[in-house]
Design a protein around this ligand. Structure first.
Ligand SMILES: Cc1cc2nc3c(=O)[nH]c(=O)nc-3n(C[C@H](O)[C@H](O)[C@H](O)COP(=O)(O)OP(=O)(O)OC[C@H]3O[C@@H](n4cnc5c(N)ncnc54)[C@H](O)[C@@H]3O)c2cc1C
Length: 447
């Protein structure tokens, strides 16, 4: 007999997610208001939970599958992300770009499985290119360190047998309209998504196959030896198998306490650019830049329903409590505006319309948390740096594992081991904050 009281159902994501705000207002949430039973319950409607639910519905079309999310789908971290579904190992924990390792080649194959799975969903649900487009991305550099990083990463890719294209500062200016960047590195396999549009679209596509309830946080889990009962404020789901796809909220369910690092990332989105501003800027109709230095700024120019906008993402803030205040945005506004103005001085009147923050979950050794925690309770959590693709894969694998399907990558995920303990607070917060600030300072013009 297990009883788990969920400790944190207040999601504390500051600001409304801009990607979600520019889309049509969704229909009112369907809230769980009764006691129901099912064959599978997925908890969490981000990249991971939606991939798990989709895969379960493919594996067992007759099964009754329920998905619960504490908030609206599109308003969580998935919908707050920058929308790079990346197919190459380049995460926050990877420091070495020299030499090809079997592990990198295998990880690339796994990430591509995730991107293909998402591409199939995009095709089946007829997503427009603005929502899902396998158009690749550019690592943008603005310093000699960034240039070095790009060259070394290109060599590393070549050693893996992967193609990439180094771009000169002129190429970068032609693409983006700004002379800010000194080099770029294009790789073709990344899917660029409108993150809120993507998760909302997958949820909509699952209609009829998966019962999705939003604004329905799981507040406790109880196992009577045969079934799990997930309690929400107004209802419950009794079910033999649960997939926990709550990323860092794993900790709120009592698992991995003292082993997870929660980092808030922040973004700002401009208002739509006028035609004359677009003409002044020049460059391609859209572009997608990740920083060559991981502490730098992510930038995207993209087509929203009401016009072309630019998104800036930078700054990392550690939070041991999984929450950031609304006011925390104030401390990043200046960095976002400075980063934008430094790159686009020709657009002095373009202001930011949306600002928001969201959460990443990291483990010290970069491992994800996956597997059967207790009989019938599966985890697909702690996605680390590449959550869009890693989460999609872990959801898919958790679904295969729970429904007894073979998948060659399940063993890889089961061999990850446990994240090591991190120092207790206040040492963790102090240490991480100083470290992140130092790395941001080191990033210099990349920020
Ligand atoms: C600003 C920003 C930019 C980013 N950019 C990128 C990027 O470009 N590419 C990339 O790969 N990653 C990016 N990330 C990281 C990425 O967003 C996460 O790694 C990813 O969302 C993890 O997916 P997930 O489905 O596992 O978790 P989440 O997206 O966090 O979804 C978990 C869901 O579980 C729900 N949940 C939690 N507790 C409960 C409960 N008790 N009951 C019911 N539901 C619950 C939450 O409401 C949430 O919707 C970015 C993150 C941020 C904040």
């Amino acid at each position: 007999m297990t009883k788990i009281k969920v400790s944190n159902i207040n999601h504390g994501n500051p600001g409304p997610a801009g990607w979600n705000a520019v889309l049509e207002t969704p229909d009112p949430a369907r809230v769980l208001e009764s006691k129901i039973t099912a064959d599978y319950l997925v908890i969490g409607g981000g990249f991971t939970g939606l991939a798990a639910a989709r895969r379960l519905s493919q594996n067992e079309p007759e099964a009754k599958i329920v998905l619960l999310d504490a908030i609206r789908i599109g308003d969580g971290s998935a919908g707050r992300s920058s929308g790079f579904m990346i197919d190459l190992p380049h995460d926050l924990n990877s420091n070495s770009y020299t030499g090809a390792s079997e592990a990198d080649i295998r990880q690339t194959a796994m990430l591509r499985t995730a991107v293909s799975f998402a591409a199939e969903a995009a095709e089946e649900y007829e997503f427009p290119k603005e929502t899902f487009d396998l158009r690749g991305k550019v690592y943008a550099a603005a310093t000699s360190n960034g240039d070095k990083h790009n060259r070394e990463y290109a060599e590393h890719l070549a050693a893996m047998g992967e193609k990439s294209t180094l771009l000169t500062s002129e190429d970068m200016q032609k693409m983006t309209g700004t002379d800010y960047y000194s080099s770029g590195l294009f790789t073709a396999g990344t899917a660029m998504i409108q993150p809120a549009g993507y998760v909302r679209g997958v949820a909509k596509g699952l209609n009829g196959k998966v019962d999705i309830y939003e604004n329905s946080p799981v507040i406790s889990l109880e196992n009577d030896g045969r079934y799990w009962k997930a309690q929400t404020p107004q209802g419950s789901v009794t079910v033999p198998k649960i997939i926990l796809a709550v990323n860092g909220h794993m900790q709120s369910f009592g698992f991995m306490k003292g082993r997870l690092m929660h980092i808030f990332l922040y973004a700002s989105m401009t208002r739509p650019l006028t035609q004359s501003e677009l003409d002044t800027l020049g460059g391609d109709a859209q572009w997608d830049l990740v920083p060559a230095d991981q502490m730098g700024s992510t930038m995207r120019k993209f087509k929203a329903p009401d016009g072309v906008r630019i998104v800036v993402r930078n700054r990392f803030k550690f939070s041991s409590k999984l929450e950031a205040s609304e006011q925390s945005i104030q401390s990043v506004i200046r960095d976002h505006d400075n980063s934008f103005q430094a790159r686009f001085p020709m657009l002095p009147d373009v202001i930011m319309e949306h600002r928001w923050g969201g959460r990443l979950c990291l483990s010290w050794n970069g491992v994800q948390v996956f597997g059967e925690l207790e009989e019938g309770l599966y985890a697909a959590t702690v996605q680390n740096g590449l959550g869009a693709s890693k989460g999609t894969l872990s959801g898919l694998l958790a679904a295969d594992f729970a429904s007894g399907r073979d998948n060659e990558y399940i063993a890889d995920y089961q061999n990850f081991g446990l994240p090591p303990r991190i120092p207790p607070d206040p040492f963790a917060t102090m240490g991480a904050s100083v470290f992140l600030r130092f790395k941001e300072w080191q990033a210099g013009r990349e920020l």
